[in-house]
Design a protein around this ligand. Structure first.
Ligand SMILES: *[C@@H]1O[C@H](CO)[C@@H](O)[C@H](O)[C@H]1NC(C)=O
Ligand SMILES: *[C@@H]1O[C@H](CO)[C@@H](O)[C@H](O)[C@H]1NC(C)=O
Ligand SMILES: *[C@@H]1O[C@H](CO)[C@@H](O)[C@H](O)[C@H]1NC(C)=O
Length: 222
């Protein structure tokens, strides 16, 4: 059993606090390890600091292959929709960000058929315009993702450690429960014996006092 990925945890938490998380934005960092031949989501999220202010944003993605010094423009997303700007990525990038809105806070893209040549540094830019009552504010935010491409998924130490901890705590809890059960069973059976003995004593006393009463009665009758 794999430990819960952070996204699942977040959506579980959101499920618990639906009314608070509704429309909320969280700046989750992108994964940084892609598997060759598979798809990969390059995450890039920039939340508006004041969600009530009207905003709109256009997005640019740049890429610098490992070992090279210059970034190339690979993708843009704006009013006119998505455009792939570089042949190397032709037909290989899908939009995975905010949909049905110009107010983009999630600018993630999806890379199809990842190759080893896709490893390197990705950079996304938000060109955001915030519209206040009587002025507009222009903000440029950028984020960086260092992508490595591997032949097979490797697991982070953190996930292995958390899985081991999970088993340790499950086994520990089971043992504790077992010990508790044995302890309680012993206590209950001891108490049961005690109760039986007490009941027997009480009965004996009752009989004894009854016979004493009888005796008294007999004595009174005499
Ligand atoms: C991202 O895009 C890919 C390819 O179009 C699609 O399969 C995947 O479901 C998308 N994921 C999200 C979260 O939109
Ligand atoms: C991606 O890989 C699939 C399966 O290997 C192939 O059918 C598809 O044509 C590839 N797409 C691109 C854009 O290379
Ligand atoms: C990756 O780059 C190398 C060197 O630039 C090139 O020879 C090779 O064909 C490239 N592979 C792919 C899958 O584009």
């Amino acid at each position: 059993m794999a430990p819960l990925p952070p996204l699942l945890l977040i959506s579980l938490l959101c499920g618990l606090f639906v009314f608070r998380c509704d429309g909320a934005c969280a700046e989750v960092d992108s994964d940084t390890e892609a598997v060759a031949g598979k798809g990969f989501k390059l995450g890039c999220i920039s939340c508006k600091r004041r969600s009530e202010v009207e905003g709109s944003a256009s997005i640019e993605w740049y890429f610098r292959p490992s070992g090279e010094s210059d970034f190339v423009h690979i993708y843009s997303y704006g009013d006119s929709g998505p455009t792939i700007e570089h042949d190397f990525f032709m037909d290989r990038i899908d939009w995975n960000g905010s949909k049905r809105s110009n107010d983009i806070q999630d600018a993630s893209i999806y890379l199809l058929n990842v190759t080893f040549n896709d490893s390197g540094t990705y950079r996304c830019f938000f060109n955001r315009i915030l519209t206040y009552d009587n002025y507009e504010y222009n903000d440029i935010i950028d984020k960086v993702v260092h992508l490595t491409v591997v032949a097979k998924a490797t697991r982070g130490t953190a996930s292995i450690v958390s899985e081991v901890m999970m088993y340790v705590s499950i086994i520990g809890l089971q043992l504790w429960l077992l010990i508790e059960m044995i302890y309680c069973y012993r206590k209950i059976s001891a108490a049961g014996e005690e109760a039986l003995r007490e009941a027997a004593n009480a009965e004996y006393l009752a009989i004894a006092s009854e016979s004493k009463d009888n005796c008294a009665g007999v004595q009174v009758g005499e």
